[in-house]
Design a protein around this ligand. Structure first.
Ligand code: NAP
Length: 485
């Protein structure tokens, strides 16, 4: 791995109860850009996961009883340390995940912003008083931390998907265990080192890393001492975990897959739409849950839009994310490349045209050419599946009602985007799209102040914003009676 300036960030063991827990058995973490093994990590399993839950349970009474101000101070320190180490954390992230270094550093800042945001929100867990139905009673509502939170996070944002959850959970007064994806454990471990330096007490924040996703997932989703379970990943795994959580009736929040429509109306600013499509489609090599998946373009402007998009995409520089100037890194694995190529080939057979790219890239076995397909139909594999790769699938349309119906014709409901300059249309379309988040003349929409989350099979719950704490709080109703005597 490229050298980092602070070696303390390079950790290879799980972080449980404030200690680094080594084990004899190791697994390898490799750089998707080169295949080079960059770390050998202790392979934790079921017993280490149980130990982490036990330590989170023990730490809960003191952490939840700490004043909100004190928790806020510690979380803010963590935020500061993450930003101080942004460059090193970016190198670790790019080395295990592949995205270009500038994007990786952007992810560090984005994840840290949630920790900063929730350090402030920790002080605003307000309750309520409610007029009672009789004069001798008072109704008071207080909010309390839900308890021990377990999280499982994916490889595509190894820092931010975990930061978004941990920030809100810890701010609310919960204790936390995360199992990051086994392909990308190093970013979470580096964050644990900085959590330790920030003074987060032992047991409050735990990271268990191991290859046994199913076994560790069962413990985290079924253990009676875990009261809240939160997951970011694919919809099929999310469904399995929800069913496992049913055995102990846990509170659950799920950030699952997406199939984002990106609609360009004939009144749109085409240049702005092209820039929006470029960033929302090709960042992280198309491997984000809010990535544009289907680009619907009005037939009057489809030629102009496609030509301009082609010019931009042709110029994207593909290569190792640690090389200066690279804009598209490798896919996470060769399997991921093959899955995308299969969608392209199957859709070509049904009549779609690949007008740019569509093949493996010469940079290496995990790389794909940035691709554009035209003549796509909404029911072709490249449109009906979450692509998770650098492919624009362009679908023509004629009228507003038709395109809203096509956009909504998916089991997913995470993000949607559209470009228009007509204020009436903007309201009609924004309200008509069945998605949790809608970018209007914007291709990048997520930030700590806004509620991130989906509807339908894209999940439930919200991360970020003033709503984000609710997922980690219980409402308790206090009825005070006998007040007249
Ligand atoms: P995935 O297969 O569901 O993996 C996600 C996480 O679940 C990984 O940590 C994985 O561990 C773990 N896992 C896999 N099988 C498991 C099981 N049986 N029990 C418990 N844990 C299990 O998802 P992916 O394909 O890697 O990630 C991409 C998906 O995540 C896409 O669908 C994307 O849209 C979604 N995503 C959603 C959001 C959002 O906020 N809505 C954000 C990012 C990504 P291992 O990797 O070690 O197997």
């Amino acid at each position: 791995m490229q050298r980092v300036s602070d070696d303390r960030l390079l950790k290879n063991d799980s972080y449980i109860n404030g200690d680094w827990l080594s084990s004899g058995e190791k697994f390898s973490v490799s750089n998707p850009a080169s295949g080079e093994i960059i770390a050998r990590v202790s392979n934790a399993g079921i017993s280490e996961t149980e130990l982490a839950i036990e330590s989170a349970k023990k730490a809960f009474p003191a952490w939840s009883a700490m004043s909100a101000n004190e928790r806020a101070r510690i979380l803010h320190k963590w935020f500061e340390l993450l930003m101080q180490h942004q460059h090193d954390l970016g190198i670790i992230l790019t080395s295990e995940q592949g995205k270009p270094l500038a994007e990786a550093k952007g992810e560090i800042a984005y994840g840290a912003a949630f920790i900063e945001w929730f350090s402030e929100e920790a002080k605003r867990v307000y309750g309520d008083t409610i007029p009672a139905p009789s004069g001798d009673k008072r109704i008071v509502v207080i909010k309390q931390p839900i308890g021990v939170v377990a999280a499982i996070t994916p490889w595509n944002f190894p820092n931010a998907m975990m930061a978004r959850k941990a920030a809100a959970a810890l701010a609310a007064g919960c204790t936390f265990i995360v199992r990051p994806a086994s392909q990308t454990p190093l970013s979470a471990l580096a964050m644990a080192e900085l959590a330790d330096q920030a003074g987060i007490p032992a047991g409050v924040f735990n990271v268990v890393v191991g290859e046994d996703a199913s076994g560790m997932g069962k413990v985290l989703s079924q253990h009676p001492d875990v009261t809240k379970f939160t997951f970011t990943g694919s919809t099929p795994v999310g469904k399995l975990l929800i069913s496992q959580c049913a055995s102990t009736v846990k509170r659950v929040s799920m950030e699952l897959g997406g199939n984002a429509p990106f609609i360009v109306f004939d009144d749109a600013d085409i240049d702005a739409a092209v820039q929006g499509a470029l960033i929302s489609k090709y960042r992280n090599a198309g491997q984000t849950c809010v990535c544009t998946n289907r680009i619907f373009v009005h037939e009057k402007v489809i030629q102009a839009f496609t030509d301009k998009l082609m010019t931009e995409v042709k110029n994207l520089s593909v290569g190792d994310g640690l090389t200066e100037g690279v804009e598209i890194g490798p896919m996470i694995s060769q399997q991921a490349c093959d899955d995308v190529l299969k969608l392209i080939r199957a859709s070509e057979k049904l009549g779609a045209s690949t007008v740019l790219g569509g093949q493996p890239h010469i940079a290496g076995e995990n790389y794909l050419q940035p691709t554009i397909m035209t003549g796509v139909k909404n029911d072709m594999p490249i449109a009906s599946n979450e692509i998770f790769g650098p492919v624009s699938a362009i679908i023509p349309f004629r009228d507003e009602a038709e395109v809203i119906a096509m956009a909504n014709d998916t089991e997913y409901g995470l993000a949607a985007y559209f470009y228009s300059r007509d204020i009436g249309r903007i309201w009609r379309v924004a309200e008509g799209l069945a998605f949790g988040m809608v970018g209007i003349n914007e291709g990048i929409i997520s930030n700590a102040a806004a509620p991130f989350g989906g509807v339908k099979q894209s999940g439930n719950g919200r991360e970020g914003s003033k709503y984000g704490l609710d997922d980690y709080l219980e409402i308790k109703y206090l009825c005070m009676g006998g007040l007249n005597s």
